[in-house]
Design a binder for this molecule. Structure first.
Ligand code: AMP
Ligand code: ZN
Length: 482
């Protein structure tokens, strides 16, 4: 496949160092709060990348960290520890917060068909690894101690800014965010490897180290966890675009200084999901989570479909209207697949291979998932039998993970049920899985049967107020949220 590599600013053919195992690393969530759907856009696109590589036949080992210590409010090593902030907000311990939001994160991932990486490692479990790396960096002269903390000395590097040519002044993040700057740093770009002195007297998690009791900086965790599980050479490192600087820039600096050779070959960055008034945030405006989507009646996979419709290297604007359009298109797609008759003949393997080659070319071009979706619609138009079409869709869905075949089978089963009830002269309610609404729709049907039209109209109006539309069908009614 071809993949845009942020480190070289070019689309490049992906060639793993060892094709018998692709080594992939993903920056995981900071578990101080729920993930918002912007965070999850990044994880959806990284999931597609992993699945596409597997679909192409590569074995993949993917590792992800869980940030449960050391991530401060500002990426410039200042501000409050995010985990402490979460713990204080909820009157719980840091570990309770970490456990709760880690579980919540994986529940969201399950709703979105995001596969759990092969290895998931909480940052707090690898303290020895960080200490070993920092010790070597000090020995090699890449790190220094000042004011009780250990810092990485960026002036020791020939090239520090890998992803962009930053102006020194751009680094005055602290100033911009009116957070006090750290006077211990020799150079503005230097970053903390190990904190012993911080302004958090109540820092909950601390460990003994050769430099005193303290805790690791945020960046060292990803180098430590990656090297621990994937060794000295990494094929692909992924994350959201905001991670490129300073987080990934610092990961490269410390990993390569420690290892003494180049570390990761391809860097994949997913651009942001924004709202119409700017960046998505956990603190401002509506906090957009998977639970909120579900509360509002959306299938989380409609959100996955929405993400796949656009390219990961473009910012994507979220609005309820845009999501409605995607949800409508997703539902229609499932209905079209449900209309196919399974096992209506032998699968034409030649047609499957041809379709797969087209999908490979589309998605293999820098993970162009919207072209992958087009390939789905094209597959429905191929001049072949339904069994072959379903085999093609099944193959594409190993990458896109939209549950196309199971959802279509469920629609088909529901239709069969309706037919069976109709055959017995009964009344069937089909909807979006809400028993209260089902009961009201049924009550309306019964009122109609009893010729109590005023009551039937009253119920229809009541449901309309709740945004529910009813369509009468032979032997029953179908309802949906509009
Ligand atoms: P965090 O939990 O803050 O460490 O972020 C988890 C992941 O989400 C990281 O890869 C971020 O780069 C990514 N991310 C943060 N905000 C957004 C956004 N608005 N859209 C897409 N990805 C994001
Ligand atoms: Zn990371």
């Amino acid at each position: 496949m071809y993949l845009y590599n942020s480190a070289t600013h070019k689309k490049e053919e992906f060639v793993p160092r060892d094709p018998s195992l692709v080594k992939m690393y993903t920056c995981g969530p900071t578990v101080y709060h729920y993930a918002h759907i912007g965070n999850l856009r990044s994880y959806i696109m990284e999931d597609v990348l992993e699945k596409f590589l597997r679909w192409e036949g590569y074995p993949v080992k993917r590792v992800m960290n869980i940030t449960d210590v050391g991530h401060l409010a500002s990426d410039a090593d200042t501000g409050e520890d995010k985990m402490l902030k979460g713990a204080r907000r909820e009157h719980k311990t840091v570990m309770e917060i970490a456990k709760f939001y880690t579980d919540a994160f994986f529940a969201d991932c399950a709703d979105l068909n995001i596969k759990t990486p092969d290895v998931v490692e909480p940052a707090t479990r690898c303290i020895d690894e960080y200490i070993a790396i920092i010790t070597r960096l000090l020995e090699k002269g890449y790190a220094y101690q000042a004011g009780g903390n250990v810092y990485f000395d960026t002036s020791r590097l020939e090239r520090y800014y890998i992803f962009n040519d930053h102006d020194e002044e751009d680094l005055a993040v602290g100033v911009r965010e009116s957070v006090e700057e750290d006077g211990n740093k020799r150079n503005k770009a230097d970053f903390v490897l190990w904190f012993t002195k911080s302004k958090f007297e109540d820092q909950a998690l601390k460990w003994d180290s050769p430099w005193g009791v303290g805790y690791p900086g945020w960046h060292i965790e990803c180098s430590g966890i990656s090297i621990k599980h994937l060794g000295e050479y990494l094929d692909i490192h992924c994350g959201g675009i905001d991670n490129a600087f300073p987080h990934h820039t610092n990961e490269i600096a410390q990993s390569e200084a420690y290892l003494g050779h180049p570390w990761c070959r391809y860097w994949m960055h997913v651009h942001h999901l924004n709202t119409s008034d700017g960046k998505m945030s956990k603190s401002k405006g509506e906090f957009l989570t998977v639970s909120l989507l579900k509360e509002k009646g959306y299938d989380p996979l409609a959100y996955r479909f929405f993400c796949l419709q656009s390219h990961y290297r473009k910012a994507l604007v979220f609005s309820w209207e845009n999501l409605d359009n995607a949800a409508g298109a997703y539902r229609k797609l499932i209905d079209r697949i449900a209309a196919l008759r399974p096992a209506d003949g032998p699968v034409d393997q030649g047609a499957v291979e041809e379709a797969k080659a087209r999908f490979d070319k589309a998605v293999g071009n820098d993970l162009n998932t919207s072209m992958g979706i087009t390939a789905l619609y094209d597959a429905l138009k191929v001049k072949t039998n339904d069994a072959t079409k379903l085999a093609i869709l099944d193959s594409f869905d190993q990458v896109l993970s939209l549950s196309l075949l199971p959802k279509a089978a469920a629609v088909r089963a529901e239709q069969e049920k309706v037919k069976a009830v109709q055959a017995q002269g009964g009344y069937t309610v089909t909807g979006e899985g809400d028993p209260d609404i089902d009961a009201l729709v049924r009550a309306r049907g019964e009122a109609k049967k009893a010729k109590n039209f005023a009551e039937a109209d009253r119920i229809r109006e009541e449901l309309k107020q709740q945004g529910i539309e009813i369509t009468d069908v032979p032997g029953g009614a179908v309802w949906k949220r509009i």
